[in-house]
Structure formats: structure tokens, C-alpha cells
Design a protein around this ligand. Structure first.
Ligand SMILES: *Cc1c(COP(=O)(O)O)cnc(C)c1O
Ligand SMILES: [Zn+2]
Length: 422
């Protein structure tokens, strides 16, 4: 594999590719380091990717697994278990027109096995957990991670423990328990859940995908950038709008584009990255607005529960990326989130969860403020499925109820039906 080891993001101390995540010298986070110097034949590399499987393992050269790049039929069963990725990138002309934008694309990551982008990160962490000999998968989750860990454990025949805040949306609880996991509701916020899981990871020999396996988990998000670049014809977009919870997804999408630009695999410049948070949990957006380098912890209060992390681990790196790339980190309130869900649904046919509402509303806000040029190519990253947060759209539209009568239809429905295309 191209991965050569783990490395501290702060002091660059190298570590083995094992289940560790924090630097013992400076307590900085560990990240996977690669040596891609062997990848000089760009044409051959593109062909190998294009000939690979229709899932994230087509990018195995850039992922921290031992097995190397798989053939068209993925060999290793831990990879084939619940394939993620290769989700649609859809040209959204009607949404672009509504917002006064030029070339707009929606990356629909609800189209993953458990209907969120988390299947990318869990696929990588679970495969690495297997290589390292773990028999139990675990996680601290705001909802979607719970779905994905439980499903991957089921597909791989591993035991699993999934920890969630007790007040999670019922749809996410049901869509997790169904896989036969040990589902543990914690009376507290996600940050309380995460604290317990950090303690447990020191006491149990389990693979907590986003704690002790976090360096591997995080790499999975790069595959969104690879796919977008490939789907745009080996080019970068000008701007990317993506949600921010811990900041992992947001910063790793940038890492994905940067790696491929450096190799000459794609054309263009580094995009500007706009992060999206809910106003009820916006530690990164606030630090951005106030010009700080670190985020002050907040206690979340928002309908966007999947983004409700009050102490974002990658907050400082997200701030750095937003400033360095000419992007920003925005916050939108719960009413704007609901409107964002409706806006996306009515103009693209894509029904997203509250996190996607945050992202769509952020795009609308950026468009209104004139931050996006009319000639720019923009990618909106939609990370999860609307059926998991149905309460967010309850009572946001009218319905008709009549007897099965032609006359009643003519009298009570047609005169007030809008008849309009959304
Ligand atoms: C987890 C999640 C995110 C972002 O998570 P990060 O911690 O910032 O990587 C975004 N959208 C959805 C739907 C999620 O579940
Ligand atoms: Zn260090």
C-alpha cells in the first residue's frame, strides 16, 4: 500500500500503522502518511482507477489498507461486504437558476448502503480493524455513524457496540437496532458520548472507528473528492460546500483534491471550501467569524443532530482550510435548515436530512451574498437521507383529504391546487 505510517499533524513524529490516534509527545492528532512517489504514470493510474470496482475501493492506492488495489471484483471480503461510494454527481440546473448561479452539481451521498456518507469512513475503518485483528466494532455517534457501524458489523459478522445520545431521532435509532447491534443510549450530548467512548477505548480491545481507528476512518472521506474529480472529467470544481460536525469530512475532502493535484492526476486549482454548520451548534462558524484559531465549546441545540458536536476535534484545521482556500464557515438557523431541505427537494428531487438542509441553506446564503461567481463550478455535498429526519418536514406543506368522489375533487382540490412546477 501507499501508506507508510501514521504521523502527528502537529509535530510530525512518525508512528506505526496501528490502532493509535494521538501523539504521545504533544497530544496532537495522528494522520495517515503516504508515499506516492511510485505513481508517476498518470495515464496508467487513471486507467487502473477506471477499471476498478464501482465503489471506494477503486481508490485503494490512496487508502490505508494492506491488500493493495483490488481488481474489478474486489478480492478481500472485508471490502466487498457493504460497498460504499460511487454515488451520483447530478447537474442541478433548476437549483442553480433559483439561486442565480452558473454550473452547480449535487454530490448525493444519501445514495450509500445506509444512506449517508458515513459508509465511506466506516468501510475503511472496518477493513483496517479486520487487518489489525479486532473482533468488535464500536463508535460514538450522532446517528448516521451508528447506522453504518451496525450494518458493517452485521455484514462482516463482527460484534458491535454503538453509543448514541439518548435523544436521537427515532428513525436513526430504528435504522441502527435492526442490524442486531448492542445499542447504548447515553443520557447526555454527543460530547458526553464521545468522552465515555474515549475512556472505553482504553479499557476494551475494541475498534472504535472514530476514536482509536480515527486516522483510518478519516481517510474514507477523501473518496468524495476523488469521485467528484473523476465525475467532472479529472478536474477540480471552483467551490465546494460541505457540512461541518467534527470537521473531519470537510478537511479530508480538501486533502483528497490536494493529493490528486500534486500527482497531476487532475487539472485545475485547489477549490475554495465553504463549511456549513447549524446556528444551534456552530463553534467553528463562530470562531471563523470572530477571527479565532480555536473553537470555544458549545452545548448543541438544533434540529441538525447529525452535526451536533460541541467540541469539534478538527475545528482548528477546518478554520485554517476555510481561510487558506478563500472559503468560509457559515451558520444557518433551524428555519433556514427546514427551508434548505424543501429547496433541494423541490428543485432536484433529492430529499436530504437536516445536515443536507444545513448545506443547501448555506449555499443559498452564499449565493445571496454574492460570494459565488456566475462562471464558477460549484459542488454541493449532500451527506444524508431525508427519511431519517422526517420531523424536519412535518407540517411544512398542505395536503388534501377528500372522499373518493370526482365532484369533490373538482370542487375542493382543483380550485386551490397550485398547478405549478416547484
Ligand atoms: C457525520 C456527518 C457529517 C460530518 O461529520 P464530520 O464529523 O464533520 O466528519 C455530515 N453530514 C452527516 C449527515 C453526518 O452524518
Ligand atoms: Zn506530536
Amino acid at each position: 500500500m501507499g501508506a507508510t505510517g501514521l504521523r502527528c499533524r502537529e509535530c510530525a513524529t512518525p508512528y506505526e500503522l496501528d490502532a493509535s490516534y494521538v501523539c504521545s509527545r504533544c497530544f496532537g492528532p495522528l494522520e495517515v502518511a503516504y508515499d506516492h512517489s511510485g505513481l508517476t504514470d498518470v495515464g496508467a493510474l487513471r486507467r487502473r482507477i477506471q477499471g476498478g470496482p464501482q465503489n471506494i475501493w477503486r481508490y485503494a492506492d490512496f487508502l490505508p489498507l494492506a491488500g493493495g488495489p483490488p481488481g474489478p471484483s474486489a478480492r478481500a471480503s472485508s471490502r466487498a461486504a457493504l460497498p460504499a461510494g460511487c454515488t451520483p454527481l447530478i447537474r442541478a440546473d433548476r437549483l442553480a437558476e433559483r439561486l442565480g448561479l452558473g454550473e452547480l452539481w449535487v454530490k448525493n451521498d444519501a445514495a450509500n448502503p445506509t444512506h449517508s456518507f458515513k459508509d465511506r469512513v466506516v468501510s475503511v475503518a472496518a477493513a483496517r480493524a479486520r487487518e489489525l485483528g479486532f473482533e468488535v466494532l464500536a463508535c460514538a455517534s450522532t446517528g448516521n455513524l451508528a447506522n453504518s457501524v451496525a450494518a458493517h458489523a452485521a455484514a462482516l459478522g463482527l460484534e458491535s457496540y454503538v453509543f448514541i445520545p439518548a435523544d436521537l431521532e427515532e428513525q436513526k435509532v430504528l435504522a441502527t437496532g435492526v442490524y442486531g447491534t448492542n445499542l447504548v443510549k447515553i443520557r447526555g450530548t454527543y460530547d458526553d458520548v464521545n468522552r465515555l467512548c474515549t475512556e472505553l477505548s482504553g479499557e476494551r480491545d475494541w475498534a472504535f472507528v472514530n476514536v482509536n481507528l480515527r486516522p483510518y476512518y478519516a481517510e474514507g472521506s477523501k473518496t468524495i473528492a476523488y469521485e467528484v474529480a473523476e465525475q467532472l472529467g479529472w478536474r477540480t470544481p471552483d467551490r465546494v460546500v460541505a457540512p461541518v460536525a467534527s470537521g473531519s469530512l470537510y478537511t479530508k475532502i480538501a486533502k483528497g483534491f490536494a493529493e490528486w493535484l500534486e500527482l497531476g492526476l487532475i487539472e485545475g486549482d485547489e477549490p475554495a471550501f465553504h463549511g456549513a454548520q447549524a446556528a444551534g451548534c456552530a463553534p467553528v462558524a463562530r470562531a471563523f467569524a470572530e477571527g479565532h484559531d480555536v473553537c470555544r465549546p458549545v452545548r448543541p441545540d438544533t434540529i441538525a443532530k447529525s452535526l451536533a458536536i460541541g467540541t469539534p476535534a478538527d475545528g482548528p484545521y477546518a478554520l485554517d482550510l476555510a481561510r487558506r482556500s478563500g472559503g468560509s464557515i457559515e451558520a444557518v438557523d433551524d428555519d433556514e435548515i427546514r427551508a434548505g431541505i424543501r429547496l433541494l427537494a423541490e428543485t432536484t428531487g433529492i430529499f436530504t436530512e437536516t445536515a443536507g438542509g444545513v448545506t443547501a441553506a448555506t449555499l443559498a446564503k452564499l449565493a445571496q451574498s454574492g460570494a459565488i461567481g456566475a462562471d464558477e463550478r460549484v459542488v454541493l455535498v449532500i451527506t444524508g437521507e431525508g427519511l431519517k429526519t422526517l420531523d424536519a418536514v412535518r407540517d411544512t406543506f398542505e395536503t388534501f383529504e377528500i372522499d373518493a368522489s370526482f365532484d369533490e375533487f373538482c370542487q375542493r382540490v382543483e380550485p386551490v391546487a397550485s398547478g405549478a412546477v416547484a
